[in-house]
Design a protein around this ligand. Structure first.
Ligand SMILES: [Mn+2]
Length: 280
């Protein structure tokens, strides 16, 4: 590793939304080039496949993906946890290639307890029931995904309303936003606590935070890695401590021509496969 790069034991990134206009890929790339992580967790909504039909794919977005692939080629562990915007990746859970793998959720053993890492969209439709689900302790994460899918299926097919989304609710009003964020955090910590976790690490709601919750089973710390649309944040774990990294948005950027490549998802896929072949 180059000595000028900052060492990080575990890096958690989520909600990058590559392929959308809002994504700050250039800033993210600059950040990625400045660090040297031992383990990388991509916690959902990394490539926005929902938006992909809009065919917005600047070079800076490809550079971010290539950096992840470069890390894999160096043997750095990279775990991809799909979110709701890249949900089709969920069917590949269990996929492994060198130091890269795809999982729905991750359980990390840290010196002071276990950390449970998942994107968090399962709570969008299960939140109302989550308190007793958490209490019952009988319903696991995978069941929550099934419930979420069923409810979205009914919402789509029967009522034609599209997927239920927490983020839309959040944008509606500040008052309800606070309530939903609190509900989200309480739901996550409640279920984590029931399952013996010390940390619960989510993304999805684009609200970077580290907050301790008292539960009947002791303190559970809720962490959210934020996003690369508005907050430009990540979670870094080092020497037994979690911290939120915040990109300095006011840092002067050199003007750069933002070359946009119009390409189909097949072309993109082919290019990534080629990159992969170089790695393996
Ligand atoms: Mn999401």
């Amino acid at each position: 590793m180059k000595p000028d790069k900052r060492d990080i034991e575990i890096l958690v990134l989520s909600d990058i939304h590559l392929g959308t206009y809002g994504c700050h890929a250039k800033e993210l790339y600059k950040y990625l080039k400045s660090i040297s992580p031992q383990k990388v967790i991509l916690n959902g909504d990394i490539i926005d496949i929902w938006q992909f039909s809009k065919r917005y794919w600047p070079k800076s977005h490809m550079r971010v993906l290539k950096q992840f692939i470069a890390w894999m080629s160096q043997g750095i562990e990279v775990v991809y946890i799909p979110g709701n915007h890249d949900e089709m990746m969920r069917r590949f859970k269990g996929f492994e290639l060198g130091s890269f793998r795809i999982e729905n959720k991750l359980s990390l053993k840290l010196p002071d307890g276990k950390a449970w890492v998942f994107h968090g969209d399962v709570f969008d439709v299960t939140m109302k029931y989550s308190k007793w689900l958490a209490k019952a302790g009988a319903v696991g994460y995978d069941s929550l995904i099934q419930i979420n899918r069923l409810v979205n299926f009914i919402s789509n097919r029967v009522f034609g309303k599209g997927n239920l989304s927490l983020s839309k609710k959040i944008k509606n009003s500040v008052k309800s936003a606070v309530k939903f964020i609190n509900d989200f955090e309480e739901t996550a910590t409640g279920i984590a606590s029931e399952n013996g976790y010390t940390y619960v690490v989510c993304g999805h709601i684009h609200q970077p935070i580290i907050r301790d919750y008292s539960t009947p089973n002791g303190t559970v710390t809720y962490l959210n890695s934020g996003d690369w649309i508005e907050n430009l944040t990540s979670l870094e774990y080092n020497g037994g401590k979690w911290e939120i990294y915040q990109y300095d948005i006011n840092a002067k950027e050199e003007e750069e021509v933002n070359e946009i490549e119009v390409r189909s998802s097949k072309e993109l896929f082919d290019e990534l496969v080629t990159e992969f072949k170089l790695v393996v």
